[in-house]
Design a protein around this ligand. Structure first.
Ligand code: NAD
Length: 506
């Protein structure tokens, strides 16, 4: 029994506590073997070439659609989030990214010609090569348990890498779906390995020398620990961490749309989205009416059907404690029932920590400058949204808000698009997933120069005075403007002839 408890990771429904299924827990000592197996498969994957990889990714999008019911059922069973959210967030993100990668990864990562503009390099042909990193590690959270690991893994795989994925210990079966979809789509067996377990398995993955880069999505506290451990062995890392996203509502915004946007942004997945709206700033003229309507609408949301439960008892206690400690006035909600916490609206200042629950604060502002100042008054910088009918103003505010993503009159939709990069500023992390920027994170750039050896470098040995004068003149000739170029060339014509001779190897 004791051995079984150690080796089986049982996934349970957060509301009923019923087991959903189980997977073997990975022994950290097994990681080198997983990396070696992924490496073997990766060789075949590289040899297959970009068109074959594109075919597999396109097929993965189809396989995910074919299994939509089963995947959504697994997500709902492991998280108890509404099925609509499992489909709209997890599955749309996965399918859209797979299709985008299939259509674009080959072109984004095709070798690129470098055109040297310097006359003395004209005979060279330079190339940029985007090479896979090898085997990358992906550590993912529970809250978008299929969409996040799938898009990160698919991007790594599209760039020619193999992957060891460590999904959240709360959602191991969703992690299994990531591997299954890619394998069913034709990825070489073993290319995507899944390591299951809690923090110690994650720590071992971070320390595993065969892992060339890490993609971590999760909380700031764990992300920093992981980044420190990765840094200690010189392993690069992308960090997608928490947020404290602001929603700025100007008085001219479409009122109904903004209220419904706030409701969705604050309470989707029970407020457990990295990009949850946690702070709403409303222009004073409409603040009271907005707060009142939002509070009423929050009270109309149905626990379970609309609003997901909190994932753990610890998180539930944390949310309740944050609300109890808040100096603001509770306009709606403020109580828990089992794992569910009521959608809560608090009038007043927000704590500068991620709540990660169905709690949002609302405050008035006067004018654009104050709105920007309030939005930026946090050490987080994941995303923000601006709600107004004045597009020029929305652009100005978007320019000034410190965040990785800013949406206008909308919220969060770019998560489910392959085109848009995903990631934050400040404490919300660094690096990007999705889009061509996500692909660039999955490769190393190599510069390769082709030179038939016709010209010699005049800056090679031996050094002499004529060469030095010629090099100075050439600086002006190549980089100077207008007449100064020719003046320098005429003045140092002898030295320049010397340079030309040396270039010709004489
Ligand atoms: P978490 O930080 O507790 O766990 C994330 C992952 O890290 C899990 O797989 C966990 O097992 C693993 N882990 C825990 N300790 C570890 C250690 N010492 N070494 C290595 N791995 C370790 O986060 P969570 O509760 O699963 O997810 C919620 C958090 O994730 C929130 O803060 C949320 O904002 C953030 N998040 C960010 C994004 C984004 O894209 N920026 C997306 C989703 C969630």
């Amino acid at each position: 029994m004791a051995v079984e408890a150690l080796t089986e990771l049982v996934s349970v429904n957060p509301v009923t506590g019923e087991p959903v299924g189980s997977v073997p827990r990975t022994d950290p000592d097994e990681l080198p073997r997983l990396v070696a197996e992924a490496r073997r498969a990766q060789r075949a994957w590289i040899a297959a070439g970009p068109s074959a990889r594109a075919r597999v990714l396109r097929e993965a999008a189809r396989v995910a659609r074919v299994h939509v019911d089963e995947i959504a059922a697994t997500i709902v069973a492991e998280t108890a989030k509404p099925r609509t959210e499992a489909i709209a967030h997890d599955l749309y993100a996965a399918v859209d990214n797979a299709r985008w990668l299939a259509a674009n990864a080959g072109a984004v990562l095709r070798r690129e010609r470098i055109r040297f503009r310097q006359p003395y390099l004209r005979l060279k042909r330079g190339w940029l090569l985007y090479e896979p990193l090898g085997i990358v590690g992906v550590i993912s959270p529970w809250n978008v348990p299929f969409g996040i690991p799938f898009t990160t893994v698919a991007t790594a795989v599209a760039a020619g890498n193999g992957v060891v994925l460590k999904p959240s210990e709360l959602t191991p079966l969703c992690g299994e779906w990531v591997r299954r979809v890619l394998e069913e789509a034709g990825a070489p067996p073993g290319l995507v390995q899944v390591a299951h377990g809690e923090a110690p398995v994650g720590e071992a993955l971070v320390d595993e020398p065969g892992i060339a880069k890490l993609f971590f999505t999760g909380s700031v506290a764990v992300g920093r620990r992981v980044a420190a451990a990765a840094g200690a062995r010189g392993c690069p890392i992308v960090l997608e961490l928490g947020g404290k996203d602001a929603m700025i509502v100007f008085a001219d915004a479409d009122f109904d749309r903004a209220v419904e946007g706030a409701l969705f942004g604050a309470f989707l997945n029970g407020g457990q989205a990295c990009i949850s709206v946690e702070r709403i700033y409303v222009e004073r003229a409409v603040h009271d009416a907005f707060s009142e309507r939002l509070a009423r609408r929050a009270g109309e949301l149905r626990p379970g059907d609309d609003v997901a439960p909190l994932a753990t008892d610890r998180q539930l206690e944390r949310v309740a404690d944050l609300v109890a400690r808040s100096s603001g006035r509770v306009l709606a909600g403020g109580r828990g029932d089992g794992r569910f916490y009521e959608p809560t609206v608090i009038a007043g200042a927000a704590p500068d920590e991620e709540i990660f629950g169905p709690v949002v604060t609302i405050e008035p502002f006067d004018g654009e400058d104050e709105a920007v100042r309030l939005a930026n008054a946090t050490h987080f910088g994941l995303a923000a949204s601006v709600w107004t009918r004045d597009v020029a103003r929305a652009r100005r505010v978007a320019d000034r808000v410190e965040a990785g993503m800013v949406w206008m009159n909308d919220f969060g939709y770019s998560f489910a698009t392959g085109e848009a990069p995903w990631g934050g500023a400040k404490d919300s992390g660094f690096g990007r997933t999705s889009s061509r920027h996500g692909l660039y994170e999955c490769v190393q750039v190599k510069v390769v120069d082709e030179d038939r050896g016709r010209l010699w470098g005049p800056w090679w040995f031996p050094y002499d005075e004529q060469t030095e004068r010629g090099l100075v003149a050439m600086l002006d000739l190549v980089y100077g403007d207008g007449a100064e170029r020719w003046r320098a060339a005429w003045r140092e014509r002898r030295a320049l002839v010397h340079i030309v001779r040396r270039s010709l190897g004489r």
